[in-house]
Ligand binder design. Structure first.
Ligand code: PNS
Length: 170
């Protein structure tokens, strides 16, 4: 009788402020590699975010519901402890360009030192999205530039209303 293998669980961590089409592409491809993919938002972020963690979780849920094995979560503290608490054996990170590599390698080696049983899996970003970052999307949008095709339409709508309420001083 075939032995039932344990589920392969991975965590895809990040700020996702907001989720871009680059993130979404990685989620779609990652969902094919693992039995469960948990997209997890860091809570104790030092940067001033545009969207609250709850808003970012809502935005993520709106776009990942089409992938039945993808879940959305958030975490405080060490990423590897959050991953271990979910029995994850892998951390997924995207690499857009060689400039991402140094920081990502540093994090991957630190995480390996903390939890050698959790592997970091790097996925190359789709070349169509390799120039996109949440930071640039926010900057371009705040200066009136066109961001269609860079973020999901639902995220663009949320950004429009967020910047509108900001410009009204809300
Ligand atoms: O999308 P980002 O902002 O580059 O994500 C960075 C993130 C959330 C992956 C990283 O800051 C992180 O893992 N923070 C949790 C704290 C932690 O575990 N630090 C040690 C890892 S080197």
């Amino acid at each position: 009788m075939a032995r039932k293998l344990p589920d392969r669980v991975a965590v895809y961590p990040g700020s996702f402020d907001p989720i871009t089409n680059g993130h979404l592409d990685l989620i779609q491809r990652g969902s094919r590699l693992f039995d469960r993919l948990i997209v997890s938002i860091l809570r104790n972020e030092r940067k001033e975010p545009l969207f609250t963690v709850e808003e970012r979780m809502d935005m993520l849920r709106e776009v990942v519901h089409v992938y039945p094995n993808v879940e959305v979560d958030s975490f405080d503290g060490l990423l590897v402890e959050h991953a271990a608490a979910h029995s994850a054996t892998a951390l997924v990170r995207g690499i857009r360009a060689i400039s991402d590599y140094e920081y990502e390698l540093q994090m991957a080696l630190m995480n390996r030192r903390l939890r050698p049983d959790i592997e970091t899996v790097f996925m190359m970003a789709n070349e169509a999205y390799s120039f996109i970052s949440s930071r640039l999307v926010k900057e371009v949008f705040s200066l009136g530039g066109n961001i269609s095709g860079l973020v999901p339409p639902s995220v663009e709508a949320r950004m429009r209303s967020r910047f509108k309420s900001r410009s009204r001083g809300a």
